[in-house]
Design a protein around this ligand. Structure first.
Ligand code: AMP
Length: 184
């Protein structure tokens, strides 16, 4: 059996989004499968999480979903086709497992949950808790304002280093794996 690397992808649970984002999630799913990268995600079948997980499977790859019991019990939420579906008692435990099971981190477009997860791995890297690569996929300029705000934080002295010191931003799904550089 081919050996897999694992990458956690944080992304939207919303389905009410433009095709440009679902297309990027489909493409990234295909790229993960073709490169033997196992997807670790929040275990949802909704939003970009579900789109990417289905694409990974359509192309023969592997999906590890990590989801709290409480969310799994809500009908139609969990991606039960996951090759491994890890159930946790709390959201904190879920994030810990998503963090530990991964060789690198990707954030795609998303809402509050995605932003929180992305900022947590960024902050942990800044504090020296890990040295894995983090990639922000800035589909259609979705995160442009956030980057502007990060600059404001640095300019105003609230952050010592530019945020880009801790992650790499790319525009296209095909640039994600080269930026992650999983050989590290
Ligand atoms: P959001 O960006 O607010 O849509 O939240 C998406 C992120 O939070 C994902 O990366 C998940 O880890 C988690 N999440 C939020 N809602 C769900 C859900 N319904 N099912 C699974 N995970 C979710």
């Amino acid at each position: 059996m081919a050996s897999y690397r694992s990458v956690t992808v944080y992304c939207s649970s919303s389905d009410k989004i433009d095709d440009v984002f679902t297309d990027a999630a489909k493409q990234l799913g295909q790229i993960f499968s073709e490169n033997h990268v196992q997807l670790v995600n929040g275990g949802g079948r909704v939003g970009l999480m579900g789109v990417m997980a289905r694409s990974v499977h359509e192309h023969g790859g592997r999906v590890v979903g990590v989801i709290p019991h409480a969310l799994k019990n809500l009908e139609g939420i969990a991606y039960s086709e996951s090759d491994e579906l890890i159930l946790t008692d709390t959201m904190r435990e879920r994030k810990r497992i998503m963090f530990e099971r991964s060789d690198g981190y990707v954030a795609m477009a998303g809402g509050y949950g995605t932003l929180e997860e992305f900022l947590e791995v960024l902050t942990l890297k800044k504090l020296g808790y890990h040295d894995k690569n983090i990639v922000l996929l800035n589909t259609a300029g979705f995160y442009d304002e956030l980057i502007g705000f990060f600059r404001k934080m640095t300019d105003a002295g609230f952050a010592k280093d530019p945020a880009e010191k801790y992650f790499q931003m790319v525009d296209k799904a095909e640039d994600v794996l080269p930026a992650l550089d999983l050989r590290n």
